[in-house]
Design a protein around this ligand. Sequence first.
Ligand code: F6P
Length: 547
Amino acid sequence: MTAPVAPLTERRAWKALTAHHRTIRDLHLRKLFADDPARGERMTVEAAGLYLDYSKHRVTADTLTLLLQLAEESCLRERIDALFRGEKINLTENRAVLHVALRAPRGATLVVGGENVVPQVHDVLDKMTNCADRIRNGTWKGHTGKRIRNIVNIGIGGSDLGPVMAYEALKHYSDRALTFRFVSNIDGTDFAEAVRDLDPAETLFIVSSKTFTTMETMTNAQSARAWSLAGLGGAAASVARHFVAVSTNAAEVAKFGIDPANMFGFWDWVGGRYSMESAIGLSTMLAIGPEQFRAMLAGFHQMDEHFRTAPFGRNLPVLMGLLAVWNNNFLGAQTVAVLPYEQYLKRFPAYLQQLTMESNGKRVTRDGVEVTYQTGPIYWGEPGTNGQHSFYQLIHQGTRLIPSDFIAFHESLNPLGRHHDLLLANVFAQTEALAFGKTAEEVRREGTPDWLVPHRVFEGNRPSNTILAECLTPETLGRLVALYEHAVFTQGVIWDIDSFDQWGVELGKVLAQRIVPELESEAEPTLTHDSSTNNLIRRCRRHKQSS
Ligand code: F6P
């Protein structure tokens, strides 16, 4: 186990940062750049194919020194080592957290409970490869002898967001002869729309659920089985050819009727939101092929190794995590905007929402003591340049401070005339405008009448990261996801919270299970909720009875 650390607000570096913040809080990025012309070249770091420019943060060299001290005092090094050693750092669930094992190369060693898990990981990858090859080359036939042309992934949370994001992100590399759909919502519309134009004889469902008990997924899976059987003449034997499962729960998979040979396993040391490169990524592998999937894993691993070994001052995830703590706890930022200037990354902000907020949306420390500081911020975003014509107004001129991550690539996967230069020009223009703004004097010099000047002033001093990579490839996507995973871990270590449990989703699940029979029962139920909930349930019952 790692050494105990002092409560966050009692750590020396935290106190020093608090005092330091008072001395620099009014410092403007205009001055920081004017005083140090090399800042934009110096405050950058490049590793595993990603270039991070963090110069447009409201920090000085002293801020960074103190943040790095905070990392040391928070035992970040020991916690990273504990993660990679397979220790049970998910304390409230008494589990190891070893998503890094999912991307370890064959031959590596990562031990959980005395066992090297890397060979198991590669056994599953090999089984996935075999399945992917058979579907992609048409030797896997459906019940009627037709080849599979449609893949529908059924899952929710980590069993959906990663697969959807990766499919969209890597569409350029996907087999366009296959159609991919993703069903997550328990709202029947999601399923109905996903299958409405599909032929059951050509459709394979991947039921993805770590627990195989999640209400949304199991309900959708039952509807899928009914739809598939109805379209295939009701032959129960057809299930084996049209359903595969990804789960840790072999017993429930068998109960559902899926052939154990068509089950792809993973392990309780893989958290749902850290599972896109496990068998949960089967749809990704089907789309881009086993070779590209392994390239993605290699990208993850490169960032893992960088995180594990690089000194903190040159460590991308550590720096990003520490700067996020600075913005959150000292500058008072409540949200982070993630702004990929790459259309293929359109689902990346949604993916990051689970990774960041399910991980760090916690209000007690690992010891169960209520925190006296803010923990995880709200993550949100949209691909550029669309956001520029919508919410950027608030980022530029609103009253809230919104640190933003700009993500861009040197090369476009679809070079088209001037598009890419214009896209990149917008990235750089936005970070420049956010940092430096436009003073009243500058506005006046343009001949703006006095009454209009305040409206046209840009205060500036809005922090941002710029993350640049050469091109969006499977390998780059792996690096990018791992960068955020480890930055989230870094923040959780500083805040002394368990970034790997998610008890906050439980209460709503339990209450829903109680309300279902109250909505469905023939006899009028005795309702014992609050008056609002009782009234809403009664209203729905009345509507159902009258229709
Ligand atoms: O929302 C809670 C959660 O447990 C997530 O962490 C997980 O990704 C999701 O539900 C889906 O769970 P499962 O894969 O077990 O269906």
